[in-house]
Design a protein around this ligand. Sequence first.
Ligand code: TRP
Length: 332
Amino acid sequence: MEDKKLIFSGIQPTGTFTLGNYIGAVRNWKPLQEEYNCIYCVVDMHAITVRQDPVKLRQNTLNSYALLMACGIDVEKSILFIQSHVKTHAELSWILGCNTQFGELSRMTQFKDKSQKHADDVNAGLFTYPVLMAADILAYNADLVPVGVDQKQHLELARNIAQRFNQRYGDFFKLPEPYISEIGAKVMSLQDPTKKMSKSDENPNAVILILDDKDTIIRKFKRAVTDSEAEVCYRDGKDGINNLMTIYSSVTGKNFAEIESEFSGKGYGDFKLAVGEAVADHLEPIRTEFARLSADKAYLKKCYTEGAEKALRYSQRIVSKVYRKVGFVDRT
Ligand code: TRP
């Protein structure tokens, strides 16, 4: 790899991403490939911190992998792999866990939230989730980590773990920085625009999935909750319209002033239809490419096998040095 900064990011295998995952995260992964060395990972090991159906997990992992490719992650430019294929993540995770305090992990807000939500299964993996995430990043000595705000606390912890390791064993890990993209807009639920768009929403009309077909997308936008005015403009208190404007802007590249003048004097019906069409048109090539890749299982397999080999080769060098630093005996 050339001498560029290294980006690492991971995404949970939910099978299909929401428009929120797409606009807020995955979409920005593609342009980063031009400027940085990028390593992207489908984190199936993180997924099993909550109960998963094994058949679905396998399918969702493969679909997520194909979807990342369909969204423009280029396996020639970047390393794209499945977390459980690369053993160094689990190996480093153990060592980092021995350099992480119980108190630090107890303070993680995601752990508190998830242990409430899954009160019948507060397992050790859920607790040490951030340690595995630190291992993902530090196994490559990544410089930058694109994450959403909900993951900033975990990244902060990864830095603290790296720092502690460096103090104990001598400078070794880089301290990874969050990479906050300029264009990573936050997408809200179409049914309750004060809440983030989430795949687990009970109301399917609240969420656009990037594999939804055109009719479904348009129907969901038509039903989007707005307000009782009839003015397309970005203003405090107009959460529904603000959200639609954000979405429209991010798929068309138009700014808010342009959108306001485009729809001045028109009703919300016209605006919602335009947003639906723009989103559907934008996602169309991704859907087509996903279908093509999914039909070519052999190619997909070649991609993730090679991705895992490259990731292993890269991370093994780093993790071997860590083994030596902590005092493990060389195996060979
Ligand atoms: N925890 C992240 C999320 O839920 C996913 C993730 C796992 C990740 N490992 C990572 C993100 C390493 C960035 C870097 O979104």
